[in-house]
Write a protein that binds this ligand. Structure first.
Ligand SMILES: [Zn+2]
Length: 376
C-alpha cells in the first residue's frame, strides 16, 4: 500500500517540478475513433477503414502535420499521412474541402482524418492499432513548436459479415464504390444529433455495356442497362423497413421528381435485417416494384424489388450498403464481403474508361471502386 502511495506522491511532485512546462502540461487535443474498424478482404489484401476525429481543445490554432497508424504489438507503422496526402485524407467540418490551409485546426474546431490501412494478409492484422499525431503551433514568443500525441489503442472489430450478391448477371460496375475519397466514404452526416457515415462502404451498382450505362435516349430510364434488374436478398433475413411510391426521376443531374429530404433521399427502399446487428439497405428502387413488406421473412436470393431511379439519383442504379442500424443514414456503415463473384474488369480510376480483363474468381471479398464484376 505504501508503495502505491509513495509512487503517486512522486508523480505529483514530478509534475509540479516541471517548471518550463508552465501552463501547458499536455497538448489540448481530443482524438476519438467513433467506429472501430472491422477488417475485410478486397483485391487480395486485408483492409481497416475508419476515421480519427481530432478536436483542438485549446484556444490557439494548431496544424495537424502528420498521422501514423501503428501496430501496437510490434510498433511497425502501417500507414503514415503527411503533406498533401494528409490534406487529401482530411476534412474539417464546417470548412469547404478546398478551403485554405487544410492542415490548420482552429481553437475549438475539429478535423476528421479518413484512414485506410491495407495489410498483406490476415496474419499481419494487429490486435490493437495505435496512432501518433504530430502538430505544429506557435509558442508565446511566436516560435514554431512541434508536439506529438500518442493515442491509446483501438482493437479492430470482428471480421466483416459474409453475404451474397445483391444482383445477378454480368457487367456490374462498382460506381462510387469503396475507396478513401468517394462521396459515400466522406458522407459524415449528422442525423438525430449524431454524425455518422452510413454509406462508408456503399456501392452505386450500374451495369455497363460497351463502356456505357445506357443505349439510346439518355432521358429514358428504360434505356439504362441496370433498370428493372432484380434486387436480391443478400442473406436470409427479416424485412424491417420499406418505402414506396416515390416517382422516378428523369435521368440527369438536376431532375429529381421530388424535393430531396431525409425522407426521400433513398427513394423507394428496403431495409433487411440480416442478423448480428447488420442491416442491408437497397435504395432508389422502382415505385410499385417492391414485393416484400415489413415483417416478411425472406430467403437469400429472393427478389425484393426492381432497380430504378427514385430519390437522390441521377440514373437507374442500385445503391447498396450494410449498416449497424435500421435508419438508412442514422447508422454506421460496416464492411461486408461477397461470398463469390467474378472480377471481369476495372477502371484505373474514377472517370477512366473501364477495361475488361481475364475473369478472375474472387471469394469473400468486398468489390472496390470501379471494379466490373459478374454475379452468377
Ligand atoms: Zn449511393
Amino acid at each position: 500500500m505504501n508503495h502505491y502511495g509513495f509512487g503517486s506522491a512522486l508523480a505529483i511532485a514530478g509534475l509540479f517540478a516541471a517548471g518550463p512546462l508552465t501552463a501547458q502540461i499536455s497538448l489540448p487535443v481530443d482524438v476519438r475513433i467513433p467506429m472501430a474498424p472491422a477488417p475485410f478482404a478486397a483485391a487480395g489484401k486485408i483492409h481497416l477503414v475508419y476515421e480519427l476525429h481530432v478536436t483542438n481543445f485549446g484556444r490557439q490554432e494548431m496544424a495537424l502535420t502528420g498521422v501514423a497508424a501503428m501496430n501496437a504489438g510490434d510498433r511497425t507503422t502501417l500507414v503514415e499521412y503527411s503533406g498533401e496526402v494528409l490534406a487529401a485524407n482530411l476534412r474539417r467540418p464546417g470548412f469547404a474541402p478546398d478551403a485554405a490551409d487544410p492542415h490548420k485546426i482552429a481553437g475549438g474546431a475539429r478535423a476528421v482524418v479518413f484512414m485506410w490501412v491495407s495489410l498483406d494478409d490476415a496474419g499481419s492484422l494487429p490486435w490493437s492499432l495505435e496512432h501518433r499525431l504530430t502538430f505544429e503551433s506557435r509558442d508565446d514568443d511566436g516560435q514554431r513548436v512541434e508536439a506529438t500525441v500518442d493515442t491509446e489503442g483501438v482493437e479492430p472489430g470482428p471480421p466483416a459479415v459474409v453475404i451474397s450478391a445483391p444482383l445477378r448477371g454480368a457487367n456490374w460496375f462498382a460506381f462510387n464504390g469503396p475507396d478513401n475519397v468517394t462521396g459515400h466514404r466522406r458522407a459524415l452526416i449528422p442525423v438525430g444529433g449524431r454524425a455518422r457515415i452510413a454509406q462508408r462502404f456503399a456501392i452505386d451498382w450500374v451495369q455497363i455495356v460497351d463502356g456505357a450505362t445506357h443505349t439510346g435516349d439518355r432521358e429514358d430510364n428504360a434505356n439504362y442497362h441496370a433498370w428493372g434488374a432484380d434486387a436480391l436478398a443478400v442473406a436470409d433475413g427479416i424485412v424491417v423497413e420499406v418505402k414506396d411510391s416515390i416517382p422516378e426521376n428523369v435521368p440527369g443531374i438536376d431532375s429529381r421528381a421530388v424535393p430531396i429530404t431525409l425522407e426521400t433521399v433513398g427513394g423507394n427502399y428496403v431495409v433487411l435485417d440480416i442478423g448480428d446487428g447488420h442491416y442491408a439497405f437497397y435504395a432508389h428502387l422502382q415505385p410499385g416494384s417492391i414485393v416484400v413488406a415489413p415483417g416478411d421473412r425472406v430467403r437469400r436470393g429472393q427478389v425484393l424489388g426492381l432497380v430504378g431511379n427514385s430519390g437522390n439519383s441521377t440514373e437507374p442504379h442500385l445503391h447498396f450498403h450494410v449498416a449497424d442500424a435500421i435508419a438508412p443514414l442514422g447508422s454506421e456503415g460496416v464492411p461486408y464481403v461477397l461470398d463469390r463473384f467474378m472480377l471481369t474488369g476495372r477502371a484505373a480510376r474514377t472517370g477512366a474508361p473501364p477495361e475488361m480483363m481475364t475473369p478472375q474468381p474472387r471469394g469473400r471479398e468486398l468489390p472496390l471502386a470501379n471494379m466490373i464484376v459478374e454475379f452468377r
